[in-house]
Structure formats: C-alpha cells, structure tokens
Design a protein around this ligand. Structure first.
Ligand SMILES: Nc1nc2c(ncn2[C@@H]2O[C@H](COP(=O)(O)OP(=O)(O)OP(=O)(O)O)[C@@H](O)[C@H]2O)c(=O)[nH]1
Length: 392
C-alpha cells in the first residue's frame, strides 16, 4: 500500500519520522511523509522527514512554542492554515498513493486539535481514504489529557475513514513513566503498522502465496469507527527451509524420498505455525485492548520468508478469526519479506466495545461537569449588587 503519512504534533511527527526511516531500509519505497506542528523545536528534532516537508503552523499565534495542550487552539490554527498544509501535501505528490494516514497523540493540543480538522479537509479534497493512528494518553498524565483525547476522538471518528488506536497506558510497563517508554512504544507502533501498510507492495522477495492488495485493506476499514491491531512474531528457519538450503545435487537426490515424506509434515507444520501465530496475535496484547468478539471485520496478514508462506495456514487462520469476531468479513493474505522471521498482523476493524474508550468518555464527561461547576463557583464569588464596580 502506498501511504502518505502526516505526523501531527510531537508524537505524530516522531512516529512518521520512524515510518520514513523504516521505509528507507526497505527494498522498495512505499511511504512518504510530512510533519506539521506549532512547536519549532519538535520539528527540528526530526531526522528523516525532509526539511521542506516540516510545516510550522500558528507562528503568529503561538510563535513557534506549541499550543500548550490546548486542542481548541490546535484545531483553530489548523483550520486557519489548512491551505498551506494542503499545498505541501500536493507538492509532495499524491497521484500514486492509496491512502492518507494521520498520526497524532490525542491527549495534547496540536495533534489532538489538528487531526480531525485535517482529516475533514483531506476527505473533501481527495478520493483516497483518510485513516488516523490516534495515541491515547495514560490516565496518570492527568484529566486534561483524557479530556482532550475524548473530545478529539469523538470528533475524529466522524471525519476519518477509520481510526486505529494505540493506548499508551496498555503498553507502558509497571513502574515505567510514559515519557520514558516513548521510544519503545513508538517501535511497537511502527513495527505493527509497518507490516500492515507495506502489504500489497511489490517486493524483491517475489509475491505471496495469497496476495493481499491495498483494496482489501481499504475494504476491511470501510466500516469506520475505531480499530485495533494484534501482532505476533516467530523465529523461522524451519526444518524444510534448512533442508532446501542445505541439500543440493547428489545429496538431495539421495534423500528425495525421505524429504518428500517430510514435506507433508513440514507443510502441516507451516500451517500450524501460521495458525498459532495468528492466534497469538489476536489473543495477545492489542494496540487498544478491547473485546475482539465485537469486531465487525478483520484482516489477517502474514509476512516473512517466502519458504514459510502457506496458503492453507492463512485460510485456516481466517476461518478461526471469522469464528471469533462479530462480523463475517475476514480478509487475508501473505507477502514475502527478506526477514528471517514470520510476522502475523490481525486488524480488528470497527470495534463495537472498548472499555478504555468508555472510560475515557466518562472521565471527559466528569471533567466537563467539574469545569462548569468551578466556573459557576468562581463567578458566584463576585455576584451580588452590594458592591458597585468601579466603572461599567
Ligand atoms: N507513544 C507515544 N506517545 C507520545 C509521544 N510523545 C507524546 N506522546 C503522547 O501524546 C500526548 C501529547 O501529545 P503531543 O504530541 O506531545 O502534543 P502536541 O500535539 O505536540 O501538542 P502540544 O504540545 O500541546 O502543542 C500525550 O498523551 C503523550 O503521552 C511519543 O513519542 N510516543
């Protein structure tokens, strides 16, 4: 899939910078990316996004210092400067892309406010789908972050074609600070979404047993709402791969009969391994912990050495996923990579129930009520006609 990434705000910019770094190491280029921010230093800290693709917005308002966790200002600045953002996107070229993906931390100000605004405009202008990767704040970051995230997300789900959620709190370790975990969390994000977004691209390693192209990803995400991703990886170099690599010529001929009977075994072995990986991906830690049985659609992707790809394994995995989710639409396929490991990604699309999002909405509601109450209290302090103001 050819993806145009937009990193909005600090978290988004860092993550897109990593996607571009990953793409530079890949045999073929699938990604391009820009970063948008109100903070100059955040933009300067990036390594892989070209300087001309880093856009500083809101200079006249916040003078390059960021919006300080105020997402209403983030949204306003983005709306005011949408033309210059779209111009940069146009200049970078959009004719050959399959989708836009906006990445942002939803708890801050710039990315949180800007992402829904940008999604709306991209959808208005381009035909390609617009997805978001939204990072949820950990509760320990405070209620303002949760409030921002809830407001941003509830707006975003109506603007983007689908929103992938990554929950910082589910991924940081016990006793670890969120900030201290950023690098590791970002690695996890880029690894998972890298496998997903690279699917369908032509690779030097050949084509898969069951090719999956970008239209299948797009159809999986068509339901909108929020989605979560599972991922698992295994060491490969199975017995059959070793044998194929090591046995040639006379030696190979001599062992042909034995190998033929082993092939059956290793064939089943390969299927079993893929099914096992897919189960681990779906039942393990998801980018957003949620009830996978409420997913409306799913996509199963296997990436790894071509010798490890197995049609039957993918088919069986798809059936297993289908038995376990609410909907019946399960797509899937595989593609070869030059890695020595097999990776499985399961996209659980359009999730019907996610306790973490319910919790976030609840915190936001309480926060809003508290803000209203405290405003009323404050203004009531100065109520009354007993004291005359100095002037009207
Ligand atoms: N996973 C991850 N989360 C991050 C990272 N940086 C910040 N966050 C989270 O993102 C939220 C804050 O968003 P930022 O991107 O820092 O804020 P911003 O969009 O730049 O907005 P302002 O700084 O308010 O102008 C918080 O919940 C942070 O925990 C990162 O590198 N990785």
């Amino acid at each position: 899939m050819r993806v145009f990434f937009i990193g909005f705000g600090q978290a988004g910019g860092k993550i897109v910078d990593m996607f571009i770094e990953q793409d530079k190491k890949a045999p073929t280029r699938s990604f391009r990316g820009i970063a948008v921010n109100t903070a100059r230093t955040d933009l300067m800290g990036l390594d892989n996004i070209e300087l001309k693709d880093r856009i500083l917005i809101g200079q006249t308002v916040v003078k390059g210092h960021g919006v300080g966790t105020d997402n209403v200002t983030g949204a306003k600045i983005t709306a005011d400067e949408i033309d210059s953002i779209i111009n940069t996107i146009d200049n970078r070229g959009t004719h050959d892309i399959d989708a836009f993906v906006i990445c942002a931390g939803l708890g801050g100000g710039t990315g949180s406010g800007g992402t829904p605004v940008l999604a709306r405009h991209l959808k208005r202008i381009y035909r390609e789908p617009v997805y978001a990767v939204g990072i949820l704040p950990a509760p320990e970051e405070g209620r303002l972050y949760s409030y921002n995230a809830a407001r941003s997300l509830s707006t975003l789900v109506n603007e983007a074609d689908n929103t992938f959620i990554f929950d910082n709190s589910a991924w940081k370790n016990e006793g670890e600070s969120v900030r201290g975990a950023y690098q590791r969390l970002n690695d996890e994000i880029v690894r998972r979404f890298g496998v997903l977004f690279r699917a369908g691209e032509v690779s030097k390693s050949g084509v898969g047993e069951m090719v999956v192209d970008s239209s299948e990803i797009i159809n999986t995400l068509r339901g909108g709402g929020v989605s979560s991703i599972g991922y698992a990886i295994s060491e490969t170099v199975s017995k059959s791969t070793k044998q194929k690599q090591g046995l040639t010529g006379g030696l190979f001929r001599g062992l042909k009969k034995r190998e033929a009977s082993e092939e059956v075994l290793t064939g089943e072995d390969k299927s079993a391994k893929i099914i096992g990986l897919v189960r681990r991906a779906m039942l393990g830690r998801l980018t957003m912990p949620c009830d996978y049985t409420t997913a409306e659609r799913a996509l199963v992707l296997i990436a790894g050495p071509s010798g490890e790809m197995d049609r039957k394994g993918v088919e069986k995995s798809k059936s297993w996923v289908e038995e376990n989710i609410a909907g019946v639409e399960v797509r899937g396929g595989d593609y070869p990579t030059e890695s020595s490991k097999v990776a499985a990604v399961v996209v659980l699309a359009t999730i019907g129930d996610a306790p973490r999002i319910r919790e976030l909405m609840e915190i936001a509601k309480e926060t809003k009520e508290d803000v209203v109450k405290s405003k009323e209290r404050r203004s009531s302090m100065f109520d009354g006609d007993e004291i005359d103001p100095l002037f009207e």
